[in-house]
Ligand binder design. Structure first.
Ligand code: KG4
Ligand code: ZN
Length: 340
């Protein structure tokens, strides 16, 4: 079947058309309009501006996705849309657009959870992927471990209790003058520094839990920067990038190791925007191999927010019988009403 995926939860407007069948998972188009340049002026995403930019882009992006795929609206088997979690104003644009498109054309509408969509991206690059597996989701808004028992059933077994890893990267990136979003810039800069130069606390909490806390790490890095500035010393940006990246990567690796030891998964999926981090990819690959597990990571183009991952998650939700009615609403929360 052909399925259209629509994504507008944060600062990317995206639409994609996938051909999904048993044994075939093909991306026919995946158009992403990023608002990063606009938000860069403010050093972060401005929700009101994001919503307005989605409104302007979404119709054209969807047309383009259909045209590039060579698929007509009448040929679609389903429309999938990110309905939670995310910025509420941004989500509402995609949800309302998808709803109108689906009901006007009598196409089934499937609501998608953005976190599950990040994980579903892995199926598109890894035809062998099959649950059960451990999913490590690391994005701008989330840092969680999920036990995925079938294509639509996710149980959160660990999560950050405060900031997400992406947020932590972006914050320090901004403070040391890197362009928004700081994650990708810190990734590069970290190669020029010494990862052991600055001692920073681990975001991994104690062994009784699989949870994280990034706020202490973020504060320690901010204190370090302030101390340098107050002492008239130039902040050693590359050493900070390397040490900070090491703390984040090692912290996530510790909890992945613990999950693998306690629960013996054979496969681990690394997903979300921060899965693009080269240091994290390499470290988690080592951890997986050392535990006799296989790490599956989507290619870079599918790590950030995109419509293809939404269509992929929508396909599994469709097979599981999940449908939205005309009363579908967006939710900023991780666990929206339609998923309960
Ligand atoms: O998944 P995503 O596109 O949006 C959310 O769902 O939050 O993730 C965006 C996050 C941002 O914090 C960005 O800095 C981070 O992913 N990111 C990276 C890298 N590329 C993007 N973080 C570290 N290293 C990267 N290479
Ligand atoms: Zn995302």
């Amino acid at each position: 079947m052909y399925i259209l995926g629509i994504e507008s939860s944060c600062d990317e407007t995206s639409a994609a058309v996938l051909c999904m069948e048993e044994g075939r998972k093909e991306i026919l188009s995946n158009i992403v309009a990023s608002q990063i340049e606009t938000h860069r002026l403010y050093g972060g995403v401005v929700p009101e501006i994001a919503s307005r930019a989605h409104i302007e882009a979404i119709t054209g992006i969807t047309h383009q996705a259909l045209r590039e795929a060579g698929v007509m609206l009448s040929e679609l088997g389903a429309v999938a849309v990110t309905a939670a979690p995310g910025l509420i104003g941004a989500l509402l644009v995609g949800v309302n657009f998808a709803k109108s498109l689906a009901f006007a054309n009598r196409i089934p509408l499937v609501p998608v959870n953005h976190i599950k969509a990040h994980v579903a991206a892995a199926y598109l690059s890894d035809p062998l992927l099959k649950p059960p597996f451990l999913a490590v989701v690391v994005s701008g808004g989330h840092t969680s471990l999920f036990e995925v028992s079938d294509d639509t059933t996710f149980t959160e077994i660990g999560a950050t209790r405060d900031d997400a890893a992406g947020e932590a990267f972006d914050k320090i990136g901004r403070v040391i003058g890197l362009p928004y979003p700081g994650g990708a810039a810190l990734d590069k800069l970290a190669y020029e520094g010494d990862p052991l130069a600055i001692k920073l606390p681990s975001p991994a909490l104690g062994r009784e839990t699989l949870d994280f806390s990034f706020s202490g790490l973020k504060t320690a890095a901010l204190n370090y920067i302030n101390t340098c500035r107050q002492s008239g010393i130039e902040v050693p940006r590359a050493d900070l990038a390397a040490s900070y990246t090491r703390a984040i990567v090692e912290g996530i690796a510790v909890k992945m190791k613990q999950a693998l030891t306690e629960r013996q998964y054979r496969t681990v999926v690394l997903a979300g925007g921060v899965a693009a981090n080269s240091h994290l990819r390499r470290k988690l690959e080592h951890v997986a191999t050392a535990h006799g597990a296989r790490l599956s990571v989507p290619p870079l183009a599918l790590c950030g927010d995109n419509g293809a991952m939404v269509a992929a998650a929508g396909y599994f939700a469709y097979l599981a019988g999940q449908r939205a009615g005309t009363d579908l609403n967006a939710s900023a929360e991780d666990h929206p009403a339609w998923e309960r």
